[in-house]
Write a protein that binds this ligand. Sequence first.
Ligand code: HEC
Length: 164
Amino acid sequence: MISLRLAAIACLALTAACRSEPETGPNDWLHNQSEDRERFERLQDQLGGFSQTMWEVGERYEQMHEAIRRENFDLALYHWDKIADATARGIERRPGRADNARALFLDDEHGEVRDLLEQRTLSSAWAGFERASLSCQSCHQAEGVEYFNNQPLFDLRAPQGYRD
Ligand code: HEC
């Protein structure tokens, strides 16, 4: 009888402990919201839209240029694949960009540039880079943001002798 009562008390204490709210501080910007809806809105906002994607893509594109310059074809392939992953995530967040992203980049161009990188020669890799550059810029044109094509990133080219 006593042990039953003890068990009941322990049980109550435990539930009370479980029910207590987690401690939150001023940095708990999600925990501090009272509704999940508000939390999701804030998360969505923090993840950003397509420009966030393009920021990553631009950075990796630059790294890809440097990797080819160093004849580090594995690294160039790595960034090229991450560029596709980032773009795929980007169009999940901004489906309005999906048609052009697929038609001008993801469906064919990405794979064809990938094949050129896989050949692991400087001439094929630079041919791939030149092709990538055209593909990026054609999508900016199609999306009505061609002013992005006029910046140092797109001055990066294959060295003389490797261009058509
Ligand atoms: C959907 C077609 C599409 C493709 C493919 C694409 N872009 Fe973009 N890019 C955009 C759009 C749209 C913006 C403007 C984003 C915005 O304003 O939200 C942009 C913006 C950018 C920016 C500016 C980002 C910033 O905020 O500073 C860079 C850099 C960029 N793109 C690089 C690239 C590179 C490099 C590639 C190819 C590897 C590429 N883009 C492929 C559509 C595309």
